[in-house]
Design a protein around this ligand. Sequence first.
Ligand code: PHE
Length: 334
Amino acid sequence: MNDQLVAIQADALARIQAASSVDELTAIGQEVLGKRSDLVGLRKQLGGLDEATRKAAGEALNATTQAIKAAMADREGGLAGAERTARYEAERLDLTEVVDPPSVGHLHIVTQTWQALEDIFVGMGYGVAEGPEIETDWYNFEALNIPDSHPARSMWDTLWVDTDDADGHPMLLRTHTSNVQIHVMQAQEPPIYVVAPGRTYRRDTTDATHLPVFHQIEGLVVDKGITMADLAGTIQAFTQAYFGQEFESRLRPSYFPFTEPSAEFDIRPPGGDWLELGGCGMVHPNVFRHVGIDPEEWTGFAFGFGIDRLAKVRYAVDDLREFVTSDVRFLEQF
Ligand code: PHE
């Protein structure tokens, strides 16, 4: 019986060692230690042996059984650990891996246009100025030669603010960037060459060509001997710098209370139609008087136009509302 036990143990240990999964090991256990195993068969033979032999054989049988069970337990521990490791590996999330590069945003098309315009005028020697968006009636209208009850006030549908300034003047959201002309002339002596881009507000109903909140860029030049020809030349130089050499510009007679004479300026692409861009003119003497500049000594011109409208023309955008609805499919085109 001893020889049989040695063979059974050797065979069992070899198979246990070769098992490649916990399931396979369990099946081997059934065959080697289960009811129909050779070991159980041998145990049944014990009864027919004499007492001394039976005791020795019983001990040998138990030793073999224990050895096989120990090998099983050992192998099971190893296999379970390996299977766990494999499962963890398979389920692992690699948080360091970047599959798609993250998308990077960019400046809004109106901001890009604003900056391009600033660059052009800075290149022509202008400084950049800013002024308040919440403004007094005086800066937005009075100082610009638009007294209270002047019919020209209806040119700007005004959004009034529910508070007065410290001196009891009614306040409003500026209807144009022309208020900055006044602030600049109060703050610095001529000669003055500045542009003032910024946000402006009007009580307009939103549609494809109007936004109640929009952007303008103002230009102001005050120097000795400035004439309408300087204004026309400046508009032409700007038009070509921004739109291209082949574009033309023209001035058309118009009316603004703060300029005299006043004009509307239009641009035309080669072979295209004239497009109205903004207003301009020679600074009215009354405006100079309001800020203490002598109109006998100094002359100047001013212009103002819509930045959004300019971007609309330049990029052939159909509807101004596209600029404010934050649709990424629109914005990422520019
Ligand atoms: N402020 C005027 C407007 O918004 C434009 C303008 C500016 C006209 C400067 C003349 C001079 O309509």
